[in-house]
Design a protein around this ligand. Structure first.
Ligand code: C5P
Length: 237
C-alpha cells in the first residue's frame, strides 16, 4: 500500500451551464477538484470556467498541441484570467513545446500563487496498436507512453495523464515525484460505459495514482455527492 493520498476529481462533462452549476454546487464538499474540458469550455466560454471554479480547485483539460510559441502564448493568455491547479498539453508536441509551456506558466504565476501544474497527455487511451501504426508509430502503446512520459518530465512537465494500467510501469520509469492523473475509473458495480479497461478507485490508489478523474459514475448517480463520498471513502482504504 502506498502512503500517497489519492485525490478525487469530478469530470463535469456538459455544455449546459445550469447542469454544470448544479453538479459543482452539489459536489462542493465531496470532491477535491473539478475537471472542465473541451465540451464545457467551448460550450460555455472561459468566463463560465472562471465562474464555476471560484470555490473549487480546477483541472482545466484543454490538451494544447501547436507550435511551441503558439502554445506558450495561448497559456499566457489563459493564465491572465484563470488559475487552474492542473492543465494539459499533448506530449507529442515535443520537448520544446513542453519547455516553453512550463516557462509561460512560471512567468504568469505570482509568488503568492500556487503554480499551475503542467500535465502531458501521452497516447490517448482511445488509440491502440493499429491506430498507432496508422500514424506511423511502430512501438507498442505502452513503450510509446513510457518514452513520451520520460521526455515530457525531462522537458518540464510536472506529471502525466495516464491510464490506470500504465501507473506501475510509469512509476518504475519516472519515480515517485511525477504526478499521475488517472481517468477510466469505475467503482465496483458501475457500468464501464465506453471505457475499455477500467480500474476501481481503490485499485488506482493502490497502484500509485495522485489524482483519479471520475465522470459519469458521479454525474449520472441519483445522488452525485453521495457517489463522490463513497469513492473518497474507497480511496482512504
Ligand atoms: O465519465 P468518465 O468517468 O468515463 O469520464 C472520464 C473523463 O476523463 C472524461 O472527461 C474523459 O474525457 C476523460 N478522459 C478519459 N480517458 C483518457 C483521458 C481523459 O476518460 N484517456
Amino acid at each position: 500500500m502506498t502512503s500517497r493520498s489519492t485525490k478525487l476529481i469530478a469530470a463535469i462533462d456538459t455544455a449546459d451551464i445550469n447542469q454544470a452549476r448544479k453538479w459543482v454546487s452539489a459536489l462542493e464538499d465531496s470532491v477535491d477538484a473539478i475537471k472542465l474540458g473541451l465540451e464545457f469550455t467551448y460550450g460555455c466560454g472561459l468566463e463560465a470556467v472562471k465562474d464555476l471554479s471560484q470555490n473549487q480547485r480546477l483541472f482545466l483539460d484543454l490538451k494544447l498541441h501547436d507550435i511551441p510559441n503558439t502554445v506558450a502564448s495561448g497559456l499566457r493568455s489563459l493564465l491572465n484570467n484563470l488559475s487552474p491547479e492542473l492543465l494539459t498539453v499533448h506530449a507529442l508536441g515535443g520537448p520544446e513545446m513542453i519547455e516553453r509551456s512550463r516557462e509561460a506558466i512560471e512567468q504568469k504565476t505570482s509568488t503568492s500563487q500556487t503554480r499551475p501544474k503542467l500535465l502531458a497527455v501521452t497516447i490517448l487511451t482511445s488509440m491502440n496498436q493499429q491506430t498507432l501504426n496508422a500514424v506511423g508509430i511502430a512501438d507498442t502503446p505502452l513503450d510509446q507512453v513510457i518514452r513520451l512520459g520520460k521526455m515530457a518530465i525531462k522537458a518540464g512537465a510536472d506529471g502525466l495523464v495516464c491510464s490506470a494500467h500504465e501507473i506501475t510501469a510509469l512509476r518504475d520509469a519516472l519515480g515517485e515525484n511525477a504526478l499521475l492523473v488517472v481517468p477510466g475509473i469505475r467503482p465496483k458495480g458501475n457500468q464501464a460505459d465506453d471505457q475499455q479497461r477500467v480500474m476501481t478507485p481503490a485499485q488506482a490508489a493502490q497502484a500509485g495514482a495522485d489524482w483519479i478523474v471520475v465522470g459519469r459514475p458521479i454525474t449520472k448517480a441519483a445522488d452525485p455527492a453521495q457517489a463522490a463520498r463513497a469513492i473518497k471513502a474507497e480511496l482512504q482504504l
